[in-house]
Design a protein around this ligand. Structure first.
Ligand code: PMP
Length: 402
């Protein structure tokens, strides 16, 4: 007998991420990698954190257990920031989480019984699939602009023995596609969720990283405008400091109706009691003092890298290859002709040209999308980006000619 024989059924849906396995291969220094999805560590606000952490150590309770809801001054600052984003709310609508990834896990736990349906865009953030999979859901495809009726989604969910419980969206500069949902698409999701009586999980991890174009209100803001009060809303906003200040400190937040926050507090209490006290105090100090100026610095660096990648794609990619033109974030999504497989391209690109990206199919819950790939532009300088895209174009051109 092996213990694997008695693992709970949910463990069978939790597989090693192909992407993490791939990324391990890419640690050699001569590889130009567009594969990661991480901020440039050279842009971390090191001095600000050095100072804030030293001050945080002076605060009573900095090494002690603390409230599950989170560090009160941080919750208040976030409530002010959410209000600036047209989400009027107070600290009671904010829960601090250990990254927004933890929020996704808790939301899966809160809403999904085995067989329930989650609606999501295809492709979707791999980490969301990882978080939700443990709760054994069924996925259905929610395409912006599609005219599939809510009753259709409800009937398909019922046929599979469950109910549509939530719609999950990475709304701004989506990981992996870089695409932003328009105002109409956001309203359409709300309309659909109202008709289905399900939650909307608004993943806003990249929200602050807009380089150009018009800033759009969060889905939660649109819902408050309609219903008058956050406590009447079904949208649950998940924010993160990972893409702006530091991913390693693991600080994110949920902004939602108080009744949802209260239930999440009970779950978080059972899960990890609270997020690290010292990290929350330090994040609060750095955010209050430097958030806007620091975000302006990283946006200008990432904007130049995005521009370099778009220019290189335009210059080097052969006819028949298409890509998105994101207004912010960290990713461009590329689509090859339908007959091509980006896993084959990946192998040749890494082995022969020392350039890497992430093949697209793992981002599709049904494993399709073989001809797609994700390119990250936040973690290489402009010269490396130009060189890497030119190498990648050579591999694609050769494969097309074969
Ligand atoms: N959502 C999206 C869309 C992401 O890309 C990420 C990080 N890759 C997360 C959530 C989780 O980030 P964190 O837990 O660091 O806040």
């Amino acid at each position: 007998m092996s213990l694997t024989d008695i693992f709970a059924t949910r463990s069978s849906r939790m597989k090693a991420s192909e992407i993490r396995e791939l990324l391990k291969l890419l640690e050699q220094p001569d590889i130009i990698s567009f594969a990661g999805g991480i901020p440039d560590p050279n842009l971390f606000p090191m001095d600000a954190f050095r100072e804030a952490l030293a001050e945080a150590m002076q605060e009573p309770g900095s090494l002690q257990y603390s409230a599950t809801e989170g560090y009160a001054p941080l919750r208040s600052w976030l409530a002010e920031q959410m209000t600036v984003l047209e989400v009027p709310c107070s600290a009671k609508n904010i829960l601090i989480t250990s990254g927004s990834q933890q929020a996704l896990d808790h939301l899966g736990k809160l809403f999904l019984s085995p067989g329930d349906t989650t609606l999501l865009g295809w492709p979707t953030y791999l980490g969301a699939l990882g978080a939700f999979n443990a709760y054994e859901p069924r996925y259905d495809r929610l395409d912006p602009g599609s005219n599939r009726a809510p009753e259709d989604f409800a009937a398909a969910a019922a046929e599979n023995g469950g109910q549509v419980k939530m719609a999950y969206l990475s709304v701004d500069f989506c990981n992996p596609t870089g695409v932003t949902q328009t105002r109409d698409e956001r309203l359409q999701v709300l309309h659909m969720a109202d008709a289905l009586d399900c939650a909307v999980i608004e993943d806003a991890a990249y929200q602050s990283l807009r380089f150009d174009g018009e800033a759009l209100p969060p889905i939660l803001a649109l819902e408050i405008a309609k219903k008058g009060d956050i406590d009447k809303c079904r949208t649950i906003y998940c924010g993160s400091f990972s893409k702006t200040l530091s991913p390693g400190l693991r600080v994110g937040w949920v902004c939602a109706a108080e009744e949802v926050i209260q239930q999440l507090v009970l779950q978080k209490q059972a899960g990890d009691l609270h997020s690290p006290t010292l990290n929350q105090i330090a994040i609060e100090k750095v955010a209050r003092r430097h958030f806007l100026s620091h975000v302006a610095t990283i946006k200008s660096a990432y904007r130049a890298r995005r521009d370099a990648m778009l220019a290189a794609l335009e210059k080097y990619m052969p006819e028949g290859v298409d890509w998105t033109r994101p207004e912010g974030g960290m990713f461009i999504w590329m689509t090859l002709p339908p007959s091509m497989d980006s896993q084959d391209i990946f192998k040749t690109a890494v082995e022969e040209k020392r350039v890497a990206f992430v093949p697209g199919s793992p981002f599709y819950p049904d494993g399709t999308g073989a001809n797609t790939m994700r390119l990250n532009f936040s973690n290489a300088n402009e010269d490396m980006i130009t060189e890497g895209v030119s190498r990648l174009a050579e591999v694609i051109r050769a494969a097309m000619a074969a």
